[in-house]
Write a protein of this length. Structure first.
Length: 104
């Protein structure tokens, strides 16, 4: 469960939602696969503002204990609720990251 509460004198922001994740090591722990998903609702002054869905898939491969390669792919979907000043909307984002690291 993800919970974040921010308060100031006139504004209260709350983000809350479930998180589910799983990971598996393969090939004598050289390869690690992970999958996670979260759905968060954001509230401003107790009014629903946004619903954010996040799905993430990652893989990390270790070669000879010194070289690490990792790839992460994420999909984020935001649904914004409309109000008197603006219309609601939906935005989607894909993000991929490829990383290499060397351990001294």
């Amino acid at each position: 469960m993800n919970v974040c509460l921010q308060e100031s004198t006139s504004i209260q922001n709350l983000t809350v939602g479930p998180v589910l994740s799983a990971s598996k090591s393969l090939f004598e722990k050289q390869l690690r696969l992970s999958l996670s998903s979260a759905v968060n609702n954001s509230y401003g002054n107790r009014q629903l503002q946004n619903t954010i869905t996040n799905c993430r898939l990652s893989a990390t491969y270790s070669l000879k204990e010194k070289h690490n390669f990792s790839f992460t792919n994420a999909f984020i979907n935001r649904k914004t609720r409309g109000n008197e000043q603006s219309e609601g909307g939906i935005s989607s984002e894909y993000n991929g990251t490829l990383t290499y690291s060397y351990q001294l």
